[in-house]
Write a protein that binds this ligand. Sequence first.
Ligand code: URA
Length: 209
Amino acid sequence: MGKVVVMDHPLIKHKLTFIRDKNTGSKEFRELVKEVAMLMAYEVTRELPLEEIEIETPVAKTKSQIISGKKLGIIPILRAGLGMVEGMLNLLPAAKVGHIGLYRDPETLEPVEYYCKLPTDVEERELIVLDPMLATGGSATAAINFLKDRGANNIKLMCLIAAPEGIEAVQKAHPDVDIYVAAVDEKLNDHAYIVPGLGDAGDRLFGTK
Ligand code: URA
């Protein structure tokens, strides 16, 4: 079973409080989501392999470590995942960015892919799927399915807020995927919103409500 890492660092908790607050406007909301994504990038990359190289400081020759050739891919789920991309790229500027767009078929209620543009070498990359809200887990599970269908085999999921139901759904469908979240909330309501959550992440990021 993949692990669930809850990144409850004081800085993240503090910023998440203002992200949740309904009186926080889009400009500040975007800024805070970017900052939390950047702080989370620190933990989600903790196990990246290192290699030793020789360098010369102004004082002496020495051996020192750099991240070894690991290729990263950041995969935001449209549209709310876009809000987390810039923060990730601030720390991981060499990562490639792929996009997945999904909608829910009104009749079957199944997620349908309407857009997918990925790095060509997706099977060689460690992929970090971004979606601020892990609610039912339907979108995340479907996005990970689509990535695996295209050969991806090393996938992490990074969300701001998760409902227990969403974590369970992803773990069941994808036991190989580790899940990184800033908070696990109480439950889903009847409209599949996370409670207490932050409302609709896409609307709050893009001011569409
Ligand atoms: N998506 C959101 O944006 N918010 C939720 O609470 C659940 C899903």
